[in-house]
Design a protein around this ligand. Structure first.
Ligand SMILES: [Zn+2]
Length: 166
């Protein structure tokens, strides 16, 4: 575990950051609210590495992130705003070197999707970028080579996630 992957303590203490026990986070309902934080504020709140990934759409090198091998049971929050995004039961080994999930987290009472998708044509490829619906933080990309039942692969930067153990 390297220091640059650690979340800023002051971010965790911010009012907008969703935090709680595993059960609280799992039972959280997303009503579709968004938060608006200026780029200069993000620069202060996030450490340099998280800022680069989340706000500058960076990509960590494969097999270097904190969570690609994580097999613990728990919940993955957005490392920018704390919105619960993925549950360990939907994580699988894709051998891509990034944490991979076949389905995002969804509470039956959710009023909006927690992950927003956008077309990404950078680097001469056509890909679908995934972003946190609440804070707009860059998460990674979604591909259609995942396992059943969804056949989707949500390929996410470890730095875009914050893991809360069950
Ligand atoms: Zn977020």
């Amino acid at each position: 575990m390297k220091n640059y992957e650690e979340i800023n303590i002051q971010l965790l203490q911010k009012d907008f950051f969703i935090y709680g026990s595993y059960t609280q986070l799992l039972n959280m309902v997303y009503k579709g609210e968004t938060i608006e934080i200026s780029d200069s504020e993000w620069k202060v709140l996030l450490n340099e590495w998280h800022y680069f990934i989340l706000r500058r759409k960076g990509t960590e090198r494969a097999f270097t992130g904190k969570y690609y091998q994580n097999k613990e049971k728990g919940i993955y929050l957005c490392s920018g705003c704390g919105l619960p995004l993925f549950d360990s039961s939907k994580k699988y080994e894709s051998f891509s070197g990034w944490p991979s999930f076949f389905e995002p987290l969804k509470h039956p009472d959710d009023q909006a999707l927690r992950i927003r998708e956008e077309m990404d044509i950078s680097y001469g490829m056509i890909r679908v970028e995934i972003l946190c619906a609440r804070c707009g933080g860059h998460l990674g990309h979604v591909f259609t080579d995942g396992p059943p039942p969804t056949h989707l692969r949500y390929c996410v930067n470890s730095a875009s996630l914050y893991f809360v153990n069950e």
